[in-house]
Design a protein around this ligand. Sequence first.
Ligand code: ADP
Length: 269
Amino acid sequence: SYEKWEINPSDLTFMKEVGSGQAGVVRLGMWRAQHKVAIKAIKQGAMFEEDFIEEAKVMMKLSHPKLVQLYGVCSQQRPIYIVTEFMEHGCLLDFLRSRRGCMGAASLLSVCLDVCEGMQYLESSSFIHRDLGARNCLVNDALVVKVSDFGMARYILDDQYTSSLGSKFPVKWSPPEVFNFCKYSSKSDIWSYGVLMWEAFTEGRMPFEHSDNHEVVTLVTEGHRLYRPKLATEAIYDIMQMCWQERPEDRPSFSQLCLMISDVLEGDG
Ligand code: ADP
């Protein structure tokens, strides 16, 4: 018999490979020959598997139209599988890059609003994402953008990724309290969200393109911030800058951000 978060691997059919990342290969599959799912096979030694399986029970309870749903895990085998909602258009960063010049300011802002709604739900559930960026959002066939990989950073076994001094640490998405003291909170997610807005409005550029992580720490500490993207109006850039306030308590909440972004979208911001 299976626990309710446990998926029977014989209920899965594997179809094409759709990508690969830090932790393993992702495939399109079917669950009970009916439902499209994404199946991630976790590379041996890439993850604190025991801890993740325990946390998966919590993550499965998180459910929102702007979050990529975790359906369950196959944890009685190696490699373990993580089974989630399938997102036809793949990762948001690639999506933005492939549509350069095609998306107007309104659709970029609606991308931002989708992510903000997913993050508002995480914030209200007191769940910290820890690695928000366009690379960790996915786009479905209806062009809805959803937040993915929430909380997963804690289970990656790779010093280069988890240490704030490591080459893969997302310094360019991190506020000072994170790159200095690893102090994560919904307010550190807010900072990352501001960088994600910047990624959207630059159609997928690399933040601080000409600086390495070490230089970014110095720049941000000195008070430098990302420039205003050409597609972002002053009202939109103002919202980004609120996210990059040095003191966490001076940054808005996701519920406040959702209201501000909706106002701009409706044209009275
Ligand atoms: P990383 O470890 O770098 O965060 P992932 O392993 O999460 O990357 O995903 C790697 C790639 O697989 C993504 O860039 C995306 O193209 C694809 N992918 C991941 N999850 C899904 C999904 N749920 N639906 C469709 N494609 C996905």
